[in-house]
Write a protein that binds this ligand. Structure first.
Ligand SMILES: [Fe+2]
Length: 463
């Protein structure tokens, strides 16, 4: 008995210090080396005939290259690989000089699987596979994430890895801003790239910046993170001052447009520039489907949060050019809905379907606004969207893999969208307040929340 007690004490002496690191706020250091890291796929040209890769190394590396060959089950493809020189950029980040490299593989065959690796001729990555797009409209699926932002390695990893496990054949991953919390903090970007790991080497990334990607330099106006342009390879077809933060990509019958809402909210010239550019870009759009992504929501999920200037500039253009779907973040809750008067049938949407989502662990309270048709609070999610001819199928999943929301848009003969809301067949909505808000809310706040909750439920039943 005494020996047992003694053993227990010794055990706890050893165990408690072992548990401490789980709660400490230390962050791993992520120094670069001669070996490539932070690898990510993106685009500088036509996705049917080209593919770009971006990566980081330490400052000693010279002669960065990519090697590419048609993929083959026999490892002999390695001997056939063509070597392509990369473009290298020297950047000082967090006081450290690092190199970022970009290689563009071009003259590729459409709808073909390729193997590639990058390095300096001696220090290589493993061989990855990617598949080029088809050169005409064809069915495909893509993934969309709301804000990752906090505890990226610890808790956002399950979002990107869950999404990949659910749909490894996804053709694109779209991030709606606030990928990290503090614009220029290297370890946060390191965590973002660690969470995605080799998935980023297999599925191309499209990202739009959020307010947390912006910082204030000592001299001069706020600008996008010093990591943004070096870290990603994104189309440079947007407005001059918004290269790689506003752009479009045509993929198998869908025009994807990324907008820089934070740039626009900080500078009214950039709001106007983007609106004019969007008007032109959508006026000349041969694709059947149009998906827009930006950080700040046109309609907020929260009470008291509103982006009026952004909405005033953009929403009329979405209606004018029949944008189908708008993917957004920023509000740290989930909602999907339409801007249509209450009581009017939502079967024929008068404008795009709007979605706000969150993939990381930072959670706000939900406003239960009138535009919403399905909502969630305190829930990490990712979305899978599939396009097949005249049908767009949308699904939202919790990071634990449950289908949380679903709808379909079908284009009729006149190009008008018909909405089928398939969410009523799913599990009840998760609308409880995050614990932090439950504790912070005063009684009057709680009453107000419960009142809005009852109104929201009543509205949905009457719909
Ligand atoms: Fe944000």
């Amino acid at each position: 008995m005494r020996t047992g007690l003694f053993r227990d004490i010794i055990y706890w002496f050893l165990l408690v210090p072992a548990l401490l690191p789980a709660y400490a706020q230390e962050h791993k250091s992520y120094p670069p080396s001669v070996y490539p890291d932070r690898l990510v796929l993106g685009y500088q040209g036509n996705p049917a005939t080209s593919q770009s890769v971006n990566w980081r190394t330490d400052s000693t590396v010279t002669g960065a290259v990519g090697a590419v060959a048609e993929a083959d089950p026999s490892p002999d493809f390695v001997k056939k690989a063509a070597t392509v020189p990369a473009q290298t950029q020297r950047v000082v980040l967090d006081g450290r000089t690092v190199l970022y490299h970009t290689v563009q593989f071009s003259n590729l065959k459409p709808n073909t699987q390729y193997a590639y690796r990058v390095g300096d001729g001696t220090h290589w990555t493993e061989w990855f596979h990617f598949t080029t797009a088809q050169d005409s409209p064809a069915p495909f699926s893509f993934i969309y994430f709301g804000d990752a932002q906090n505890d990226i390695r610890s808790l956002w990893s399950r979002a990107i890895r869950g999404a990949y496990s659910n749909l490894p054949k996804a053709k694109l991953m779209i991030h709606a801003g606030d990928l990290i919390n503090t614009s220029n903090t290297d370890w946060q970007w390191a965590e973002w790239f660690e969470a995605g790991g080799w998935i980023n080497g297999m599925i191309p990334t499209l990202a739009a910046p959020g307010n947390h990607e912006y910082f204030k330099p000592e001299n001069g106006p706020r600008r996008v993170s010093m990591h943004w342009r070096p870290s990603f390879v994104l189309p440079e077809n947007g407005p001059e001052r918004l290269k790689e933060t506003a752009y479009y990509l045509d993929y198998q019958g869908v025009r994807f447009v990324a907008l820089d809402s934070q740039g626009a909210l900080l500078d009214s010239t950039l709001l106007k520039t983007q609106a004019d550019w969007l008007d032109r870009t959508l006026a000349d759009n041969p694709n059947r489907w149009t998906v827009v992504v930006h950080h700040h929501p046109i309609y907020s999920t929260a009470k008291g949060r509103d982006n009026k200037e952004w909405r005033a500039a953009m929403e009329p253009l979405y209606k004018k050019h029949k944008v189908d779907l708008v993917l957004q973040g920023h509000d740290h809750t989930y909602a999907r809905g339409l801007n249509m008067p209450l009581g009017k049938s939502r079967k024929y949407p008068d404008g795009p379907v709007y979605v706000v989502s969150v993939s990381g662990p930072k959670m706000y309270d939900l406003g239960l606004q009138d535009w919403m048709d399905r909502a969630a609070s305190n829930t990490q999610l990712y979305q899978i969207i599939s396009i097949d001819g005249n049908r767009l199928s949308y699904q939202s999943f919790t990071v634990t893999g449950e289908r949380y929301d679903a709808f379909e848009l079908t284009k009729d003969g006149r190009g008008r969208n018909v909405l089928a809301d398939t969410s009523p067949a799913l599990a009840p909505e998760r609308l409880d307040l995050p614990a932090e808000y439950r504790n912070r809310y005063k009684e009057a706040d709680l009453e107000e929340y419960n009142r809005r909750f009852r109104e929201y439920k009543a509205r949905k039943q009457g719909k």
